[in-house]
Design a protein around this ligand. Structure first.
Ligand SMILES: NC(=O)c1ccc[n+]([C@@H]2O[C@H](COP(=O)([O-])OP(=O)(O)OC[C@H]3O[C@@H](n4cnc5c(N)ncnc54)[C@H](O)[C@@H]3O)[C@@H](O)[C@H]2O)c1
Length: 671
């Protein structure tokens, strides 16, 4: 895929979408009606980037480079060079149809044509385009350079290959895509707009006043703004318009509350002041949840979106801590069903089948966190937790194990690929899981999770079919250990690899102390594990930690080629890496903890200084285990690694290190 994308409409959404594309390295053609509107769009990007520089999200030079990749223009012919154009003009069907007709004549026949419409059927735009099989919806959320969610909306005419291209493009742009059928409100607005509307109904019905609804929603949904404040910020007329569209499509339950229409007529914002009445919180919460649960379940019944996508939409798009289905599991599906039954009854509706059946069978909702597909004899298992950077948890390990076994036993599968969705390969294991279990004193659960991880990695390692790690983005800790159990690792330049464990009080416990030295030698394994040094894909290749580095667009081909190659020999080391290897092989941890030996120069002085910031007990155990790897068979080394698990997780350092991840650098006491 070449690297030029287009955006038509340089308003609020279009300029943000263009900014996001450019910040991920694409060149962007940004079209609007006249020079003034183009200039306004370009200026608003400049302003957002300047804010980013102020908040230290970008360096000034990066912001300049991003801006330089955006070409604002009124010349539609420039769109001929693009692979994908996103339309973000006024929400007016006639205007949008004209845009699609014009795009059909200026763009190549294979250019993806996408609309960011919020309320029209994507099919109504595809119908005026030439080659409608490449037309689809890409529904971004405000602010599109910051909110990662995008709904990918195929029409009945869209080609599967176009959907795949659009999906991969969103992942390359750092977006979290979910799929939606071409239905009003798509996935997220279908439950979010009724959530806003229900807040107004609570007011209308005299159940609670605005401050009470606000406070109850903030508490129950874990959000920073309640529904009324959100409407004030994003526009009350927009909420009215969205509810009107849904009401026309799906009936009176979705139609706007009369009080909402009345508020728009006044032109005023909702008044938020006043004392909340905590005695009403439960009643408010039950009504608000009921709306979300009913619509979420209906979305799945009607095949608009999947259970997983409904929840990702809430977490990523709305920044709710949990999605509707996870919330139903926490509340208990039977209680959720009761709330929905009461709500639905009032509107002459019924409880959606998926919720009814789960409640009848007293079953929680299950989430598919690993996708598996077999194509041309290759099984690809993709960990699909994009908003958790595909971190390993109990469900992921269970599902990966089951699907790996199925692929291994499938006579039609000749090779297996392990991948991650979106921007990460696999960013370690779920830290929260460890913290929760340490706090509960449940070491057994940590051990059984780790043991299950070992079994999975052993199965990968021992598999007779070639197994390749398809590494794009972060591969940290357990993610890197999983990759090391594969025969080959093929990475993109965006891969980044590290063992951060000793910096959080533990050692790599999924085979890292055994497989890393076997792959890069004990000296370099010690360097990586003692320092937590993050390696770029190129540097990882230079020391033999990964086998190949290819651009993202060549990744899938390179992965298949890697299956044919045997295990690679270790490459000859550069001066720097040879020096690091010799240094770390020579100096025991206790010596390094006393301070860098005098007289050493960069990069050794810096690396040895980093060791002092790590957890001493973890370092010493890592040292013993790596040393052991030289003299013991793999299986014995792995067993020894597991044997020290309770010891390391019981230290004060582990408790401190794991609970401060992402907050501050811990200062370890060595206890
Ligand atoms: N604002 C949101 O929160 C949001 C969220 C998701 C989707 N959307 C959708 O995104 C689209 C754009 O919304 P917005 O808020 O950015 O609107 P906006 O009014 O800020 O921007 C629209 C831009 O399109 C330009 N334009 C209009 N007709 C054009 C034409 N024929 N050719 C080229 N440019 C043209 C306008 O000059 C303007 O700059 C709408 O379809 C809207 O429903 C908006």
């Amino acid at each position: 895929m070449a690297d030029v994308l287009g955006v038509v409409g340089a308003g609020n959404m279009g300029s943000g979408i263009a900014q996001k594309m450019a910040s991920e390295g694409f060149n962007v053609v940004l079209v609007d009606l006249d020079d003034e509107k183009v200039a306004r769009g370009v200026a608003s990007i400049r302003k957002t980037l300047a804010e980013g520089v102020e908040r230290r999200i970008f360096k000034p030079a990066d912001a300049e480079a991003i801006q330089a990749r955006i070409r604002g223009t009124t010349d539609w012919e420039r769109l001929h060079a693009t692979d994908c154009v996103v339309e973000a003009v006024f929400e007016d069907l006639r205007v949008k149809q004209e845009v699609f007709a014009r795009l059909s004549s200026v763009c190549r026949p294979d250019t993806l044509l996408a609309t960011n419409t919020s309320s029209f059927a994507v099919g109504d735009l595809a119908s005026v385009a030439k080659n409608p099989e490449r037309v689809l919806g890409l529904h971004y959320f405000y602010h599109p350079a910051k909110n990662r969610l995008v709904e990918v909306v195929p029409t009945t005419l869209t080609d599967a290959s176009a959907v795949k291209r659009a999906w991969l493009l969103q992942e390359r742009m750092g977006k979290t895509p979910i799929q939606s059928a071409d239905q009003p409100g798509f996935v997220v607005n279908r439950y979010f707009v009724p959530w806003l509307n229900e807040a107004v109904r609570l007011l209308e019905d005299g159940v609670a006043d605005i401050p009470t609804v606000e406070a109850a929603c903030k508490k129950t949904f874990g959000v920073g703004m309640g529904p009324f404040e959100l409407m004030n910020v994003t526009g009350i007329p927009i909420a009215l318009h969205a509810a009107t569209t849904l009401g026309e499509a799906f009936g009176p339950f979705y139609a706007p509350a009369p009080r909402l229409r009345a508020q728009v007529a006044t032109g005023n914002l909702w008044p938020l002041d006043g004392e909340p009445d905590a005695a009403l919180f439960d009643e408010v919460a039950d009504r608000m949840w009921a709306v979300v649960f009913m619509v979420a379940a209906a979305l799945v019944d009607q095949e608009v979106g999947s259970v997983e996508d409904v929840d990702i939409g809430a977490r990523v798009g709305l920044r709710w801590p949990r999605g509707p289905f996870e919330s139903m599991n926490r509340m208990g599906v039977e209680k959720a069903r009761e709330l929905v039954r009461m709500l639905a009854g009032g509107w002459g509706m019924v409880v959606p089948a998926i919720l009814r059946d789960h409640a009848n069978e007293n079953r929680s909702f299950a989430f598919r966190l690993v996708r598996s597909k077999v194509e041309s004899g290759i099984a690809t298992l993709t960990v699909d937790r994009p908003d958790a950077m595909n971190a390993l948890n109990e469900t992921v390990v269970t599902q990966l194990t089951r699907q790996f076994r199925a692929a291994e036993e499938d006579p039609d599968v000749r090779g297996i690929v392990i991948a991650g969705t979106g921007k990460a390969f696999i960013a370690g294991a779920d830290i929260r899981f460890f913290v929760d279990n340490i706090e509960r004193g449940d070491m057994e659960r940590i051990v059984s999770f780790t043991r299950a991880g070992h079994d999975l990695l052993h199965m990968i390692d021992a598999c007779e079919k070639p197994v390749v790690a398809r590494m794009h983005g972060l591969a940290l800790g357990g993610g890197l250990e999983l990759a090391l159990a594969c025969d080959r690792i093929v990475a993109t330049p965006k891969a980044a690899l590290a063992f951060p464990e000793t910096g959080i009080g533990i050692y790599p416990g999924l085979g890292g102390t055994q497989r890393a030295p076997r792959r890069v030698g004990p000296g370099l394994a010690k360097w990586l594990i003692y320092t937590g040094q993050m390696l770029s894909a190129e540097e990882a290749k230079a020391i033999g930690l990964v086998d190949a580095v290819v651009p993202f667009e060549e990744l899938d081909t390179a992965v298949v080629e890697a299956m044919r190659a045997g295990k690679a020999d270790r490459p000859p080391l550069s001066g720097k890496h040879a020096a690091l290897e010799a240094f770390f092989a020579r100096h025991p941890v206790d010596e390094l903890l006393e301070g860098a030996p005098p007289g050493e120069e960069e990069p050794i002085a810096k690396a040895s200084a980093r060791v002092k910031q790590k957890a001493p007990i973890a370092l010493r155990l890592a040292e013993r285990l790596i040393d052991l790897s030289e003299s013991t068979p793999l299986e014995d080394g792995l067993a020894e690694e597991l044997r020290h698990l309770v010891e390391i997780f019981s230290t004060e350092d582990a408790k401190l290190g794991l609970s401060t991840v992402g907050k501050r650098a811990p200062s370890f006491a060595g206890r």
